[in-house]
Design a protein around this ligand. Structure first.
Ligand code: PRX
Length: 627
């Protein structure tokens, strides 16, 4: 054990500050928020547009509509691939893939562009054009990245569904999104276990008339027999073999890039809509400054492209920055607990963007795993998804040599880009995510929207628009409005935090009915809706229970139908039911069968009372309790 006193403030060395693109955060930040149009306008110069914007931002505070880069035309795929090839980087490695079973594949920018063009041609043959919707249900493989970029190239809208989701979860997303084409694979792998994606996709799409074709990409092998409406990628690849180049389709500032479903406070996940051009600006700038990307870097983000972190910081942000990206399939403990450290050593990774749960898991496995690997290539570390506790911060800092900056980045599916984070040139306080990114105005407020002084806990809001903000909730504009009306005139994040006297944010968790399990975002209502579809369950409540490893675990309380009390279901049966309905990430860790649930007189379940009881804390104001 390291017995040296733990620093409460980590200050980067002068050389790192000097080398940084933003050596003076305070001055730079003040200027960026005093004149956001100039700040973002400057970033814009690095990117390529077929038509330059006439206005950086058109903000309507009444409808909460923010149109970034008005009048511009361009394409994010063109900026992520063609631009670099044109600039002479066709032979630079763009993507290194490390499969769950030890496979490896490497794509230069030239090869990635070539494959993306072919994939786009195939989608075109299947009828996909600008504005058409495509659902991607793929494992984290190069095909997933290529399929996303191919959609973007055509101006089509992708919706990536995490490959760990169940048939029912995929189906509800397909029902809402109504894609023209569904892209899936024969299977994926996780901890060496085969995940039969095609079977899940077939069951999920049954009877959905919007889907004209299902494209099957071989992860392992092409399926032996195809069902009607299915096409195998290799056959189509052969068909488009001699097709010429395919120019990226220019899109405007209002054209969507993707819809990503995420959990909220109701039973139904919401489709968060992001547009191409604004999102491009935000992800490009944040990746560049927070990870200080240089041409010699090898960048490894442990997320899955099925989540927003993978969209913004595996695919779009890094490729826009001409990075070499390492994409890994699988988990941090397979084939052994040194999986990430081995990948870092093998590929000379310099930037490692991880999650608190991963770091705490690695911590449990012990120091010998990182100690046995050469980690000298590392220069910047990162974390996302839940608060990074000081113990995990100090451990990661120590096992990587005690010198590297750790970017604890706070953001959300809705924000599209990192909003609050240190920069490699700024001081860090373990447990804090630092301060607002340039051009971003994050604040901690009370219920009336008034800024709170240092030390006081309140709600986190964003006061002004930012380029990669979501533009609406798919088919549910009212849900979009709610984000802006909860605290009048500001974006309501659903998180609580306090700031210290230096303005550093300390995030504390959600204030709504969203729980974070190992960084995965789940709605209590979503879990409850799944529970009550079990024939023996009459009522259900789900809470997030604090957990040392995963941040929170799912604990559920169920009331059985009277007829079911004689033969109560086994706890395992209830867990399995949720797993089937939603997928493994939503499986409850603990199940309590109870006689009744605490409710308000109007019948709303008081989850906070259940949580307080569970944690042995005071139950608070019970005046509205029914019984
Ligand atoms: O509660 C915050 C937590 O993750 C939520 C957003 O989840 P999601 O949309 O799935 O996006 C996750 C990846 C960006 C936030 O409302 N969160 C994210 N990053 C942090 C965090 N909580 C504390 N510290 C962070 N760095």
């Amino acid at each position: 054990m390291n017995s040296s006193p733990k620093p409460s403030l980590f200050v980067p060395d002068p050389e790192t500050i000097r080398r940084s693109r933003i050596p003076d955060y305070d001055g730079f930040y003040a200027a960026s928020v005093a004149d956001p149009a100039s700040f973002w306008g400057n970033v814009l110069k690095d990117l390529h547009f077929t038509k330059a914007p006439t206005k950086i931002l058109d903000w309507n505070p009444k409808s909460f509509e923010a149109r970034w880069l008005v009048g511009a035309e361009g394409n994010i795929c063109e900026n992520a691939l063609d631009r670099h090839v044109r600039d002479g980087f066709a032979n630079k490695v763009a993507l290194i893939w490390a499969g769950d079973r030890g496979e490896e594949d490497i794509f230069t920018y030239g090869r990635l562009l070539d494959q993306t063009v072919r994939f786009a041609r195939i989608l075109q043959r299947l009828g996909v054009g600008k504005g058409d919707r495509v659902t991607l249900f793929l494992p984290p493989t190069p095909a997933q990245v290529i399929a996303m970029l191919a959609c973007a190239r055509l101006g089509a809208i992708h919706s990536v569904v995490f490959s760990g989701f169940s048939q029912a979860a995929l189906r509800s997303r397909l029902e809402d999104f109504e894609p023209k084409v569904l892209v899936t694979a024969d299977c994926g792998y996780r901890r060496g276990k085969r995940i039969p994606l095609l079977e899940t996709a077939r069951a999920a799409r049954k009877g959905l008339s919007s889907i004209a074709a299902t494209l099957v990409v071989p992860r392992d092998a092409s399926p032996e027999s195809l069902e009607s409406g299915e096409r195998a990628l290799p056959d189509l690849m052969e068909e488009v073999r001699f097709d010429g180049p395919l120019s990226p389709v220019p899109v405007s500032c209002d054209d969507p890039l993707f819809v990503l479903y995420t959990s909220g406070t109701t039973g139904k996940p919401k489709g968060v809509v992001h547009v191409q051009l604004g999102y491009m600006l935000g992800t490009y700038a944040t990746t560049r400054h927070i990870f200080d990307l240089r041409d010699s870097d090898v960048y490894f983000c442990v997320a899955d492209p099925g989540w927003i972190t993978g969209h913004s910081y595996i695919v779009y942000g890094p490729l826009l920055n001409r990075a070499t990206v390492l994409l890994s399939e699988g988990t941090p403990e397979y084939p052994d607990a040194g999986r990430h450290w081995s990948l870092i050593e093998r590929h000379r990774v310099s930037i490692y963007y991880s999650t608190p749960t991963t770091i705490r898991l690695q911590m449990r496995f012990g120091d010998s795993w990182p100690a046995n690997r050469d980690l000298s290539s590392l220069r910047i570390l990162g974390s996302v998804g839940e608060p990074l506790n000081p113990e995990a911060w100090h451990w990661l800092h120590r096992v990587t040599g005690g010198k590297l900056p750790i970017m604890d980045t706070w953001w959300q599916t809705e924000t599209g880009m990192i909003m609050v984070s240190p920069l490699p040139s700024t001081p860090e306080k373990p447990g804090s995510a630092g301060r607002s990114f340039p051009g971003v105005v994050a604040d901690v407020v009370d219920a009336s929207g008034k800024s709170l002084p240092p030390g006081e806990t309140g709600t986190v809001v964003i006061r002004t628009p930012w380029p990669s903000m979501f533009r609406t909730v798919f088919r549910d504009p009212e849900r979009y409005r709610k984000y802006w009306t909860e605290i009048p005139g500001a974006f309501f994040s659903g998180d609580s935090a306090r700031r210290d006297e230096d303005g550093f944010f300390f995030f504390l968790g959600r204030v709504d009915d969203v729980i974070k399990v190992a960084g995965h975002r789940l709605g209590t209502a979503e879990i409850e809706s799944a529970l009550i579809t079990h024939p023996k369950v009459a009522e259900a409540a789900a809470i997030g229970k604090p957990d040392e490893l995963r941040g929170e675990i799912i604990k559920v309380f169920v009331v059985l139908h009277p007829h079911a009390t004689d033969t109560p279901p086994a706890h395992e049966e209830i867990k399995k039911h949720v797993r089937t309905e939603l997928g493994g990430i939503a499986e409850p860790h603990e199940v309590d069968i109870v006689i009744s649930l605490p409710k308000t007189r109007s019948g709303k379940i008081m989850r906070r009372v259940l949580k307080a009881r569970e944690m042995g804390l005071p139950e608070g104001d019970l005046s509205t309790l029914e019984d």
